[in-house]
Design a protein around this ligand. Structure first.
Ligand code: PLP
Length: 383
């Protein structure tokens, strides 16, 4: 049986992996080297300089490609540097369509860096395919999707988006950071590029900042590899090792994130002090049907708004939490709470933010894999 025929919960451990060629090490060694000895000029064993390629990074890139059902993986120094490489496929005058509740850092990169280079970005709700089609013109080169979105948990129909993109010959990239391939595999649904902040669930232990891209098409992989090597924001060997180690338990962790997430979403929904809970697993979530079709479960990311609706109340709640840590980021084994308006989304102007629902009192939870009774008790005392 080839390793690529394995089921997902085995691929996380074996996909794209072989024992190391030198001594049979089961985990790839951390090849902490910048360069490689050559026997004669150009005579090397596949590695010549670690910006271009490094064996530990190769192992991670193969694992990434395997779990996303892609052919080629590229590991970057951060999620944002992976996004940066994708946008560098474009040229001045090109246009991009993206969601209006995009991850704050992606929004900042698009608006404050790439607009200066003559690339235009349109931010809109990505639920209405007709409205998106109306926005497409012959300069549109890329659709950038995040699903579920951050922090409003909107779900985008990847299959529908892929057929629209194909029809107009536009690249479709999906930021799969929130769902991970455990819950959804965008390449299978027709996307061209999958992007990850591996800093989050893939690494899973809040100890590393790494990004990744996975594609199926060789031509696209070559272009992205050229940009990666030319720009140089590569993932280092130690960080590659850590993410590779994280991926081996992805399926086990994700199931617990989902189970705990479900219990906490239901707990919050029933709480008298809570006005609104955003979680795609609720039947009344506006995109629940799409979520059910394209995801195998609903994840551990939840946002909610307390009834008082004030900035002060939200801050008071997150400050009282003891098991949840008040911190940026998500996807680690430990539960985190965040206040998007002042933290992750502070770089988005208030008007833009509020249009998509990121009000001052919104609180976002990254539910970890602790005993859920301790998490609920913590929320109970803070509320
Ligand atoms: C964190 C994050 C990013 C950026 O990744 P970094 O690793 O922090 O550079 C992009 N998209 C989403 C959805 C994220 O959560």
């Amino acid at each position: 049986m080839s390793k690529e025929e394995l089921r997902f919960n085995s691929k996380t451990i074996h996909g794209g992996q072989e024992p190391d060629k030198a001594y049979g090490a089961v985990m790839p060694p951390i090849y902490q080297t910048s360069t490689y000895a050559q026997s004669t000029p150009g005579g090397h064993k596949g590695y010549e300089y670690s910006r271009s390629a490094n064996p530990t990074r190769t192992a991670l890139e193969r694992a990434m490609a395997s779990i996303e059902n892609g052919e080629y993986g590229l590991a970057f120094a951060s999620g944002l540097s992976a996004i940066d490489a994708v946008v560098k496929l474009l040229k001045p005058g090109d246009e991009v369509i993206s969601t209006n509740d995009l991850y704050g850092g992606s929004y900042r990169l698009f608006r404050q860096v790439f607009e200066q280079y003559g690339i235009r970005f349109h931010f809109m709700g990505l639920q209405d395919l007709d409205a998106i089609e109306a926005q497409i013109n012959d300069r549109t080169q890329l659709i950038w999707v995040e699903t579920p979105t951050n922090p409003m948990m909107n779900v985008v129909d990847i299959k529908g988006m892929a057929s629209l993109a194909k029809k107009h010959n536009i690249l479709l990239a999906v930021d799969n950071t929130f769902a991970t391939p455990y819950l959804q595999r965008p390449l299978d649904l027709g996307a061209d590029i999958v992007m990850h902040s591996a800093t989050k669930y893939l690494g899973g232990h809040s100890d590393v900042v790494v990004g990744a891209l996975v594609v199926k098409d060789k031509g696209l992989a070559d272009k992205l590899y050229f940009i990666q090597n030319a720009s140089g924001a590569v993932c280092g060997p130690m960080d590659s090792f850590l993410v590779l180690r994280g991926i081996k338990t992805l399926h086990v962790r994700m199931q617990r994130h989902c189970d705990n997430g479900r219990e906490i979403a239901n707990y919050l929904k029933a709480h008298p002090k809570i006005a609104k809970v955003y979680w795609p697993g609720f039947k009344e979530h506006p995109n629940h049907e799409i979520a059910k079709n394209q995801m195998s479960d609903f994840g551990g990311m939840i946002s909610f708004v307390p009834k008082s609706g004030t900035y002060k109340e939200a801050v008071a709640i997150v400050e009282k939490l003891r098991v949840f840590t008040l911190a940026e980021s998500l996807g680690g084994v430990e539960s985190l709470a965040g206040h998007p308006a002042s933290m992750t989304h502070a770089s988005i102007p208030r008007e833009e933010r509020e249009k998509s629902g990121v009000v001052d009192s919104l609180i976002r939870l990254s539910v970890g894999i602790e005993d859920v009774r301790d998490l609920i008790a913590d929320l109970e005392q803070a509320l």
